[in-house]
Write a protein that binds this ligand. Structure first.
Ligand code: SF4
Length: 536
């Protein structure tokens, strides 16, 4: 996540390895803290090395042009040669409803069906209406597109490997050579990868790459993760830090822009890099690492900042941290008495849903109230795997909201956005914010006119469930915070009546006394509460 204090997500380490190495079986805080003290060391840059000062600052040093591709290509060559094959560990879309045992009732209730097992063989279940959750992945737990792609490019990967988020993270596609094996690159994509030095690193999980169209560079998801030369174009009004976060950072890795809430950046790693990321200036550069000293300074600041009641952990993707590190961070935050709740911003359920394991959920559910904002962009991201991840999080009692960036050629039309919000609601994710794309350097090819966002909101409001309509906001450049934008439904005023138009364009008058001549009804309430056709 990246938008100001909200962010579209959270992420993991900068090295091209699973962020935290092997999972430690111990789960006690004492053991965790001891281990962190001993083992936390700054990972290298996204390329697996410590970046030079020049590269760190802008990611455009000459050295960054070729080294990343060369090294990563080697690593991936080995990785693709997996071993063995098995059919273990498969789950399917029905397990979204029943994979969590006793949580069937939640799924059923979410669909307005009452606490009835969806797959029950009882006569009652046979009378239930059809469930229209995302189609059930059968067989080995993948959606059909992903299964076919995996068979082609990772035929030796076992189910256990494919469904292991660390395996996915280690096998990210990052280099020109890797992309060329799997995607027919357009000239502009190829040029961008050859040239290198984009502000943001390149990296896509195998799972997410399986959702891309290998032949069509205009496919929405593909546009968001494979760079093009448009990223090198700078236009007026763009900035590397458009939200002015660096100016609101009292301690490295902490943004304190609003009095009562802060943004905590534990790391700058993401499993998949979004080409429009607001934090391109830091994400993937290997400068923000989850080491104890840095985090201790943040906790120290927060202990003293008694006005802070809400902490958003984002990044980089916080779910790229190991369970133990996340456990430790959440424990420290929840130990601070004035912090009332914590939010996590992440894109993992969309780009690496395998990360949402039962073990992760066991950690998260210890720290309620805990909220989560998930960065979803497009209906194609709402796969059975993604639905299963969201189901697990919901069943763990975590309220889920989505944050979506409005992007040209990706989701900038009412039909696409309506499909997205409908699928999100079925996945128990409430559409929360729709962001106007921030004027990050090199983002002009992604930005739409503001009118487009208003058109989309107008196409949703009244035309679908209210829960499906996100709040459209511009994060004000320079750190002004989120400013909500709405289509104008106020037509004008007629004396003590406000004239409004509804979603169908019909006008109504609402009593809205502006003068003392308006006599209140005897019981003190407004005389009319429902819209009165204005006949205009
Ligand atoms: S690159 Fe990472 S931090 Fe940036 S928007 Fe994507 S997931 Fe969020």
């Amino acid at each position: 996540m990246n938008s100001g204090n909200s962010d579209e997500c959270g992420r993991a380490d900068a090295a091209d390895e699973p962020p935290d190495g092997a999972e430690d079986p111990s789960s006690s805080h004492a053991a965790t803290i001891a281990r962190l003290t001993l083992t936390l060391s700054p990972p290298g840059s996204e390329n697996g090395t410590t970046p030079s000062p020049t590269t760190r600052k802008n990611g455009r040093s000459s050295g960054s042009k070729t080294k990343p591709n060369g090294r990563a290509a080697k690593g991936n060559g080995r990785a693709i040669t997996g071993t063995g094959n098995s059919s273990q560990g498969s789950t399917n879309g029905h397990s979204l409803a029943n994979g969590n045992g006793g949580e069937l009732g939640h799924s059923a209730l979410a669909n307005g069906l009452g606490p009835i097992a969806l797959n029950s063989k009882s006569t009652r279940s046979s009378q239930l209406p059809a469930i229209t959750l995302p189609s059930a992945p059968r067989g080995r737990g993948c959606n059909p597109r992903t299964r076919a792609w995996r068979k082609r490019f990772f035929p030796a990967a076992t189910d256990r490997e494919w469904n292991d988020w660390r395996w996915q993270s280690r096998h990210r596609i990052r280099t020109l050579e890797q992309f060329e094996r799997m995607v027919t690159l357009s000239e502009t994509e190829r040029d961008a990868l050859v040239r290198g030095g984009t502000m943001l690193p390149v990296g896509v999980t195998p799972y997410y790459l399986s959702l891309l169209d290998a032949e069509d560079p205009q496919q929405p998801l593909r546009k968001t993760v494979i760079p093009t030369t448009s990223e090198f174009t700078r236009t007026a009004g763009e900035a590397d830090d458009p939200l002015g976060e660096d100016g609101h950072s009292p301690v490295p890795g902490l943004v304190h822009r609003y009095p009562d809430r802060v943004l905590l950046l534990p790391l700058d790693f993401c499993s998949t890099y979004c080409r429009y990321c607001t934090r391109s200036r830091v994400v993937g550069h290997g400068e923000i690492v989850p080491n104890e000293a840095r985090l201790a300074a943040i906790f120290d600041y927060l202990e003293k900042a008694t006005q802070v009641r809400d902490v958003l952990i984002s990044g980089g993707d916080p779910l790229a941290l190991s369970d133990d590190k996340l456990d430790w961070i959440l424990h420290r935050l929840r130990s601070i008495r004035h912090i009332e709740f914590v939010r996590i911003g992440t894109k993992m359920p969309a780009v690496l849903p395998q990360r949402v394991t039962p073990e992760l959920c066991r950690v998260l559910r210890k720290y309620h109230p805990l909220w989560m904002s998930i960065h979803f962009l497009h209906p194609d991201e709402c796969t059975p795997e993604s639905a299963k991840a969201c189901g697990r999080l919901s069943d763990s009692g975590i309220p889920l909201g989505s944050q979506t960036v409005l992007l040209k050629g990706v989701n900038d039309n009412v039909d696409t956005m309506k499909q997205l919000v409908h699928r999100l609601l079925k996945m128990r994710v409430r559409p929360y914010y729709l962001y106007q794309c921030d004027p990050i350097s090199g983002s002009s090819h992604f930005r739409t006119p503001v009118e487009k966002g208003l058109e989309i909101i107008e196409g949703l409001r009244g035309h679908t469930t209210g829960y499906a309509v996100p709040t459209y906001v511009i994060d004000a450049p320079g750190g002004g915070g989120k400013i909500p934008l709405q289509p104008n439904y106020v037509v004008g005023r007629e004396d003590d009546f406000l004239v409004l138009r509804n979603f169908e364009g019909k006008t109504y008058r609402y009593p809205d006394p502006q003068s003392p001549s308006m006599i209140p009804a005897p019981h003190g309430s407004l005389p009319i509460l429902e819209g009165v056709p204005a006949d205009v």
